[in-house]
Ligand binder design. Sequence first.
Ligand code: HEM
Length: 505
Amino acid sequence: MDASTTLFVAVSAIIFLAVALKQLLSGLTLTPQLKNERAAARLPPGSTGLPLLGDMLRLISAYRLPNPDLFIHERIVARHGAMSTTHLLGERAVFSADPSFNRLVLSGDGRVVDTSYPSSVATLLGARSVLVTRGPAHKGLHALALARLGYPALPPLVARVDRLVLAAVAQWEPAGAAVRLVDEARKIAMSVNVHLLGIEPGPWSESLRREFNAISDGFVSLPFPLASLLPFTTYGKALKARKNVALALQEVVRKRMDEKAMDAGADGETAAGKKGKKDMVDLLLEADGGSFSMEQMVDFCVNLLAAGYDTTSLTMTLAVKFLTETPTALAQLREEHDSIRKGKGENQSLEWSDYQSMAFTQCVINETLRVGNIVNGVLRRANTDIHFKDYIIPKGYKIFASFGAVHLSSEHYENARTFHPWRWQSKNSKVQDVPASNLFTPFGGGPRQCPGNELARVVVSVFLHHLVTRFSWDEAEEDKVVFFPTTRTLKGYPINVRLRSGSIS
Ligand code: HEM
């Protein structure tokens, strides 16, 4: 352990113990309000007592296991049922593996519940980012994201993604290469994301990508008050990276403002008008009659770039890993894409109609999202007492709606831990009396449903198309999926890629 890590661990431990002690003392002295709260509430079973370290440590140790879902099912769900009371981040919380309750939480956002991510998320994404904004302001920001992301069928999106993916995989030709797949996937995800801002990927986006790697690490590190004074710690590095990203994005917005002013002066036609399609920066500059502050625009862009970065790239990486381990699925996928490629000219880009004909690919993506649980669940806070089944969850409680616990439950999916893309071919997987949409929520739902969900599917599909039609590969090293502090592969999935013999593209 190096000096900075030791210091970080020491500082973290002190803060952690201080928070735990404060919670312990507040738990020992039950205020009249808390006594009433407990009497009125009919909480799900579980730990309603003191918020001791045990809960947190149990959860952390569960996510360190190769199969945290197994632990969650055996130790939490089997013991307490689909809903249980616990403590999360030092607060009283309800953990839900109940698909109907999760739906209620997702659809009730802004009314019954509100988003409630740790303050470090707001610090790193920005206080005015979509994910942490609430109320009418959130509605406006979500609609703005959808204005750019919500029409993936409109040309030229699929063709553009095709071009960006091809540019990335062309680097592996002609001799083949040893690549760390997660890095390659991240390059692709970032190039698509900056494209949404009207920027061509290049050295600028690559340096931005490195800053986002630091920000991603920051999300899963322990934030502490003096982090900005300790720039060598993970969280301190993330804060610095956030600052650099903000400066770079401010520059982009300012440049665009100047261009707009010049264009309008010259011939009355805006740059966006000339391009024929507005990118995200154009939309931000026009939002609310042009009243957005620089901070609002930057926070929006940081959120957009961050939200589509690790998520999409990890989906690509896990899909390839799961396919490699399931050769029959890989063969069927290849057949689908070979047949699409045969129907097109050698260098002809994919279009929306090609994407729509990738039926088995969608099964592979669904199954990757179900087994991989890239976003394991969402955090909310009850705005009001919530009555659900026999329970009353008091106003103020934190709620973790776990998607992973539903996606990997054998109650809802046969052989739940097996990657089996064919299960998505028969529409009626095991649904019982729960609507199917409640059982599969990798992109959340309700007013906060991921606005980038279709774009993510397009990117992963196009990537798989070029991977399987052009290349074959094998694992360069054994790698495994880990779940702590977030889902990822331990080594970034190193593979040896070769041009496929008789490649048809
Ligand atoms: C496989 C890839 C992805 C997954 C699994 C994913 C998952 C999610 C989930 C679960 C949420 C809801 C969070 C909540 O309710 O608190 C969300 C929100 C969001 N996602 Fe995605 N996402 C993906 C890709 C993308 C992409 C490509 C973009 C854009 C480029 C994007 C932009 C956003 C934004 C802006 C939000 C905030 C929405 C709001 O709070 O209104 N996501 N995503």
